[in-house]
Design a binder for this molecule. Structure first.
Ligand code: DGY
Length: 327
């Protein structure tokens, strides 16, 4: 049997997943629910053979320079790797892995939920009842917007974008999308999806826009103030991908000026430091980055991380390697 790898976690995982880590590897857990501070992470990267990271960790060039020669792999607990300087890691011979595929349905489910929550005013309605302010039905009370028959524009038609499109079809929405390239004919036919090469044109014609693109330098402020201004006054914007894709200040400004109908956000440009202009608005449904947070997804994500580390421990190439060509 191969020697157990020394694995250090920078993030608290579900108990069952941690038990399996302890069985399979020489594991040091991180039991605090707050993320591991940077100094501790640098310390860990000088002794660990595998670091299990998360989106909370800034794994930039300086961090990678500070990693010891013994570090073989950064196994990210999550699909997005925009917080990792993958090119620099690979240059130093460190493998980077992620957890693709296993949180697709959960994220799409939450995105669809957010679309409906904003359009049909779920949070406002629920809070009204909780405050004891509901005493009689009225035809003019809590009128939202129908999503059936409306145009959904998906920005980023990867796995999650496509899973959202399937759900949107089931709700009677028309699917439109912008992507670096069109999806295959088979998928396009299945989703009856319309491809927009020009993002500006798509934005100006949609009723609902959902951001499902990966984060990173290519998509930073893809929806800047100028682009956001193309949205129609009745449009709803939903983002469950990465906060940095949208200029949050410009978005808050639009919303405050009633230039769009509502937003559903699960991600923010800076943490901590959500733009306070977004707070207190009835048409902003704000969630705490929980789109993939189901027991099932978290367990499956843990399994993917374990599979990647175990494969390395057994002397093979981990299946979910992120390579610079993917950036
Ligand atoms: C992901 O997997 O990238 C989620 O956003 C959580 O990090």
């Amino acid at each position: 049997m191969n020697k157990k790898l020394k694995v250090v976690m920078t993030v608290k995982l579900p108990d069952g997943v941690e038990t399996r880590f302890r069985e399979l590897f020489n594991t040091t857990l991180w039991l605090n629910k707050d993320p591991m501070p940077r100094e501790k992470m640098i310390e860990a990267a000088q002794t660990a053979e595998v670091l299990v990271s998360s989106i909370n960790d800034r794994i930039d060039a300086d961090f990678i320079d500070a990693c010891g020669e013994q570090l073989k792999m950064i196994a990210n607990f999550g699909v997005g790797y925009d917080h990792i300087d993958v090119a620099k890691a690979v240059e130093k011979g460190i493998i980077v892995t992620n957890t693709p595929g296993v949180l697709t349905e959960d994220t799409a489910e939450m995105t669809m939920g957010l679309i409906i929550a904003v359009a049909r005013r779920f949070v406002e309605g629920a809070e009204t009842v909780q405050r004891g302010e509901f005493s009689a039905w009225s035809p003019t009370f809590m009128m939202g917007r129908r999503i059936y028959g409306k145009r959904l524009g998906i920005v980023g038609m990867g796995r999650i974008g496509q899973a959202l499109a399937r759900r949107a079809r089931a709700f009677g929405m028309q699917v439109h999308y912008h992507n670096r390239k069109p999806v295959s004919q088979r998928i396009s036919d299945e989703l009856e999806a319309t491809y927009w090469d020009d993002l500006d044109q798509m934005l100006s014609r949609m009723d609902v826009v959902s951001i499902n693109a990966p984060g990173g330098p290519h998509t930073f402020h893809l929806l800047d103030a100028e682009r956001l201004a193309k949205l129609q006054p009745h449009a709803i914007l939903v983002n469950t991908a990465r906060g940095q894709i949208v200029d949050e200040e410009a978005l808050a400004h639009l919303l405050r000026g009633n230039k769009i109908a509502g937003v559903g956000l699960d991600v923010y440009e800076r943490l901590p430091g959500i733009n306070p202009e977004l707070f207190g608005l009835p048409n902003a449904v704000l969630l705490p980055h929980m789109a993939s947070s189901t027991i099932e997804a978290r367990t499956d994500m843990g399994d993917r991380v374990i599979l990647n580390i175990k494969t390395l421990q057994d002397g093979h190439r981990p299946p979910d390697r992120v390579i610079p060509a993917m950036l």
